[in-house]
Design a protein around this ligand. Structure first.
Ligand code: BG6
Length: 493
């Protein structure tokens, strides 16, 4: 069998992990510029100076209290891997040519918001022509090869100026800044970009508010405020985008985690369902246009209030998305008594229990290709709208042989199994799937650990965890394999 002829095959990246050029073209600082490197055992840290003048390194996934911050600072003795990343900024022509050589139909990238509005788009602020011109050049280069850009408006970075002003998405004023930014880029690129995503992995707000939206907090009420503001902002962007160009297709983006019950004990099944609810709460709001009852009840029990103002619920209803995109890397296991079981020991954002039927990557992420078919079916059953797998891939150590080749058979095996699962979901189960963009098609910086040693790409970049490397590009075995896959519409695996 094969996937449809108009299937959007390609690869995915994000500015914060790939683009570099952090201080070029009057670009403002973003929340990612103050995150250090880490490893899978040492956390990445947010660096700032506190009110007592002390230098603080706060673990990214734990966060800190906003009130403690005097100002954010990059410390001389720390490494900040996102500053240069793998330098798409200076290599975009070469990289897009490599994507074209593989036959890409689609390239997912994000716009660095602070490259367009250095201060996030506060009242009266003018957009930066240098930034706008850069993305014009990038999109033109894609279109030259017939590659459709798929643009994420906010992917794990928020202008730091917004955090400094009012803790970013913890404050309602950020909605207007985001909409101003969307208006500028929608108008500017309305004839070049058709596919847009409003927020990357929006459900990660409750796992890492810093990474997802530049908010420093440990407080659940603040995270729920943040979610509400982003729901309103996303819905406004969808409405505005459709006014600017009715042909736009604007999607949401979920980090989907398929959850199995540990046993057939009904209590485990309920625990797995609760996990699922936590995950799909975000798509429930963005695809269906209203808050689901299970979460409203939880908020009531916990004394959490949604910061709803007049008109918000109508906006959320009117601004539902055109399609649902998601990332899929792992599945997880839940039990009502999790302490009785061994942990999976992996997964950057959500740790589950160890699944005895699955193997795991070098970073402990449990590999489950069948789960992708399951995920596609569950999401399609629930929402009945087109789906798009915009991230999937294997982070692994790669070895360069003496002759310069890289035999990444493990990556090919991983991708082959997942593509087979997609094929079955489409051809046997009838799921409406728009495309597949493999994550990190050119090596980039890991979001959770800040490493470049955790490589995903078809293309190797000469860049290492200590910041060294000449940034040269080299094709891996998977590069030639993916080219065949695309040419054959997914038949030649
Ligand atoms: C997703 C993110 O969570 O997973 C990407 O959208 C990220 O930004 C990807 O890079 C893989 O995770 P990691 O931590 O291996 O980079």
């Amino acid at each position: 069998m094969s996937l449809p002829k108009d299937f959007l095959w390609g690869g995915a990246t994000a500015a914060n992990q790939y683009e570099g050029g952090w201080n070029i073209g009057r670009r403002g600082k973003s929340s990612d510029d103050v995150i250090t490197n880490g490893t899978h055992t040492e956390p990445r840290c947010i660096t700032f100076v506190n009110k007592s003048g002390e230098r603080v390194k706060a673990p990214m996934f734990v966060g800190a209290d906003y009130e403690d911050v005097d100002h954010f600072e990059c410390f001389d003795d720390c490494l900040y891997p996102n500053h240069e990343a793998t330098d798409f900024y200076h290599h975009y022509k070469e990289d897009i040519a490599l994507m074209a050589e593989m036959g890409f139909k689609c390239f997912r990238l994000s716009i660095a918001w602070s490259r367009i509005f250095a201060n996030g788009g506060m009242e009266g602020e003018q957009p930066l022509e240098e930034g706008l011109k850069f993305y014009d050049d990038v999109f033109d280069e894609c279109l030259k090869y017939g590659i459709e850009p798929l643009v994420t408006l906010s992917h794990y970075e928020t202008p730091l100026a917004l955090t400094e002003a009012w803790n970013s998405w913890a404050d309602r004023r950020t909605i207007d800044c985001y909409v101003r930014y969307c208006e500028v880029v929608f108008n500017r690129y309305k004839n070049k970009v058709k596919y847009w995503l409003t927020f990357n992995e929006i459900n990660c707000i409750e796992m890492s508010p810093w990474m997802e939206g530049g908010v420093l907090t440990k407080d659940k009420q603040t995270m729920i405020n943040m979610a509400h503001y982003q729901f309103v902002a996303s819905a406004k962007a969808v409405k505005l985008g459709h006014q600017i160009n009715p042909d736009f297709k604007i999607g949401c983006m979920l980090a989907y985690t398929l959850t199995y019950p540990m046993t057939c004990n009904p209590k485990d099944t309920l625990a797995a369902w609760k996990n699922t609810h936590n995950n799909i709460f975000y798509t429930d709001v963005q695809c269906r246009g209203y808050y689901p009852s299970y979460r409203l009840k939880e908020f009531e029990r916990e004394g959490i209030t949604l910061p709803i103002e007049d008109g918000d619920l109508e906006i959320i209803k009117e601004g539902t998305v055109d399609f649902l995109s998601f990332s899929y890397y792992i599945s997880q296991v839940a039990a009502y008594n999790p302490e009785d079981y061994e942990g999976a020991g992996g997964g950057n954002l959500s740790l589950g229990l160890k699944n005895p039927y699955l193997s795991a990557s070098d970073w402990g992420w449990q590999i489950d290709s069948t789960g992708l078919r399951n995920a596609l079916n569950r999401l399609y059953d629930r929402y009945q709208m087109p789906l798009f797998v915009v991230e999937n891939g294997l982070g692994a150590f790669d070895k360069i042989e003496e002759d310069g080749s890289i035999h990444d058979t493990y990556r090919i095996n991983y991708l082959r199994d997942h593509i087979k699962a997609m094929d079955a979901a489409v051809n046997e189960d009838g799921v409406d799937l728009m495309g597949y963009t493999m994550w990190g098609c050119v090596d980039l910086v890991s979001a959770s650990t800040g490493e470049t040693a955790k490589r995903y790409g078809f293309v190797h970049v000469d860049k290492y965890d200590d910041g060294t490397g000449d940034l040269s590009r080299r094709r891996k075995d998977s590069f030639y394999w993916y080219k065949k896959v695309i040419e054959s519409h997914g038949n030649d695996l």
